[in-house]
Write a protein that binds this ligand. Structure first.
Ligand SMILES: Cc1cc2nc3c(=O)[nH]c(=O)nc-3n(C[C@H](O)[C@H](O)[C@H](O)COP(=O)(O)O)c2cc1C
Length: 395
């Protein structure tokens, strides 16, 4: 990119803001569950180190953390509800702040993406309706993949009176997150988790005002966001959506996607959100035809800050920013493999490839040991360059 285009268009290294938070660049580190927290969902000093290493991102979004015990979706998913979990997250925000970074935390509830073995008292997971998805859930570690998969169980449909309690759990977590040093929070309404289950007709057969037409299916998302904004503050809450991301058993016809997300995005525009974060389909998990441009669809309906994620590289990210298709780009696997990704872009340096085998393994390997660039030659003469890691087949 030439200096001239850098002046004329927003680019990855130009400053931005989400709500009241100023960002030094437009690279966002995607929220990513890495299975490196303890079995009890408590982050450790290793997790603090991992995030602090990536503090050069304009914004870090911490991995999805469940807000109540029934929201737990896998072993070694982070939690943000017990006092121990919340206190441990304080160690992460301290480390990130000391490293000069800014961090939101993603808050989630697995809903039917869970298993009685992960639930308090061995109960059934909860969901909008008692409909299992045709897929698998993770229940226990194995030596190789870090977890074992079993068929998804049939969940229990939530009573109407239970819904405000879950909304309240998100509001309370948002409040505590701010007290714990997070700049804000993100509601996870993608990846087939509870909030996307409510949005999806095939998972939501409710007749109590939370299901049926698009407006009713959006109600749970909107009520949750309103409650989170009330406790975390205006401009401190974002939401991640994946209208065409067919993950964890989400099935929707394109007409349903258009109908539902047209309504949702209009409702979101009326809230004082930090941003909308779009998950484009990845890993070939796509709803609708390949030529449906979900980013264009969302941008047409989203006037405020929009983050786009999903298989961006430098070139496609710069092109999307320059064309105004979004305001910020979230990188997932590139940030795993390149803790200093903004610096690599600044220096036009090559990237490490990510190691597929350690994305979800519970081991320290592949977590905090990706190499960074050596200091620039003037300040560290003679230091050898970090060898690039072998690129994975998925790039
Ligand atoms: C190991 C791994 C864990 C992930 N965990 C989460 C998560 O906790 N919450 C979420 O919203 N997305 C999660 N994702 C999706 C990423 O946030 C991101 O949207 C996706 O990887 C696409 O970006 P990329 O192509 O740059 O990797 C995960 C992805 C990976 C690879």
């Amino acid at each position: 990119m030439t200096p001239r285009t850098r002046l004329r268009f927003p680019h990855l290294l130009s400053p931005a803001a989400v709500g009241p938070v100023s960002l030094p660049n437009r690279l966002v580190m995607s929220p990513m569950t890495r299975f490196r927290v303890g079995e009890d969902g408590v982050p450790a000093p290793l997790n603090a180190r991992y995030y602090a290493q990536r503090a050069g991102a304009g914004l870090l979004i911490g991995e999805g953390a469940y807000v109540e015990p029934r929201g737990r979706l896998t072993p070694r998913t982070a939690g943000f509800c017990s006092e121990t979990q919340i206190a441990a997250w304080g160690g992460v925000t301290d480390a990130v702040r000391e490293a000069g970074g800014r961090m939101f935390l993603q808050l989630c509830h697995g809903g039917r993406v869970s298993h009685p073995r992960l639930q308090p008292g061995g109960g059934d997971p909860v969901a909008p309706s008692a409909i299992a998805f045709a897929g698998q859930v993770r229940v226990a570690e194995s030596e190789h993949a870090g977890v074992r998969k079993v068929p998804a169980p049939t969940p229990r449909g939530l009573e109407t009176g239970e819904i405000p309690m879950i909304v309240e759990a998100f509001a309370e977590a948002a409040r505590r997150a701010r007290e714990t040093g997070f700049e804000g929070v993100e509601l996870h309404a993608s990846s087939g988790l509870l909030h996307q289950q409510f949005l999806t007709p095939a998972a939501n057969r409710r007749t109590d005002g939370y299901g049926g037409g698009a407006t009713a299916r959006c109600r749970f998302v909107i009520e949750t966001l309103e409650a989170m904004i009330a406790t975390a503050g205006g401009g401190r809450v974002g939401v991640k959506i994946g209208p065409t991301f067919a993950y964890n058993g989400i099935e929707m016809a394109l007409a349903e996607v258009v109908d539902t997300y047209d309504v949702l995005l209009r409702m979101l525009d009326r809230l004082d959100l930090a941003y909308v974060h779009l998950q484009r389909p990845t890993w070939s998990l796509r709803l609708g035809p390949e030529d449906f441009d979900v980013l264009a669809f969302v941008r047409e309906r989203r006037r405020g800050t929009l983050i786009a994620a999903g298989e961006f590289d430098r070139t496609s990210a710069e092109a999307a920013l320059a064309a105004g298709r979004c305001d910020l780009i979230a990188f997932g696997r590139r940030f795993i493999a390149n803790p200093d990704l903004p610096e690599r872009i600044r220096r036009d340096a090559p990237e490490n490839g990510w190691d597929e085998a350690t994305l979800y393994s519970p081991l320290a390997e592949g977590f905090t040991d990706y190499p960074t660039l050596p200091d620039e030659p003037a300040s560290a003469p003679g230091r050898p360059a970090a060898p690039p890691i072998r690129p994975s087949g998925r790039r």
